[in-house]
Design a protein around this ligand. Sequence first.
Ligand code: ADP
Ligand code: ADP
Length: 229
Amino acid sequence: GGTVRFENVRFSYDAGREILKGVSFEVPAGRTVAIVGPSGAGKSTLSRLLFRFYDVSSGRITIDGQDIREVRQESLRAAIGMVPQDTVLFNDTVAYNIRYGRPNASEAEVEEAARLAQIDGFIRATPKGYRTEVGERGLKLSGGEKQRVAIARTILKAPPILVLDEATSALDSHTEKEIQDALDRVSEGRTTLVIAHRLSTVVAADEILVFADGRVAERGCHAELLARG
Ligand code: ADP
Ligand code: ADP
């Protein structure tokens, strides 16, 4: 299971401007759909609606045919994992931060998740003189390392549905490649919605939706969109 559908979704944050102006698409179970488009187009708003941080103004969002407004909040949280662009970590060990995805996971499972996300080198060791805590006075993690902690957390949680808010070009290209590989690994076989900033990072998506002004302006696979310019 895990098919996500947006059906003619309209949304305004307040009485003001309409941010989504009738958005429809489906992410079939196990498939990957990417959303690209300029900043401010409403891409992140889609993930906030899926998590029910806000409810749609009209239309509906369903998971396996069920309106998400009828799904218990805990079930929704269990079903959807998010790898945000900028992860806020708890001031504790990296291992603790990974385990937050599934508190009853075994030590071996935490280590396996860390390995897949390529952060097993420092889940509790103190490389480069680092301390083991994460935070202001503890372990200093780069943006890329923090994002890999979020990826490891999501690998451990193993939700059927994933929302990936892609890394920006703020990362160096080597780090970006490593993160991309880790994200590919976690999304394998899961229903995945990728919020991307560039077409070039979503070559493998089953479908790409180009957002503009709160609407799906174009859709197709990577080759089709390139051919259309
Ligand atoms: P994107 O992810 O495509 O950059 P967003 O979904 O973050 O776009 O934002 C779409 C629009 O909604 C933007 O114009 C933004 O300023 C506005 N917006 C985002 N969050 C809020 C909010 N909490 N209240 C009001 N407007 C918001
Ligand atoms: P953001 O940087 O987008 O604000 P948060 O700090 O809210 O992210 O979330 C931290 C982590 O908690 C995320 O990596 C995500 O896995 C998880 N998370 C946050 N909100 C939800 C939610 N509503 N459902 C499921 N997981 C969530």
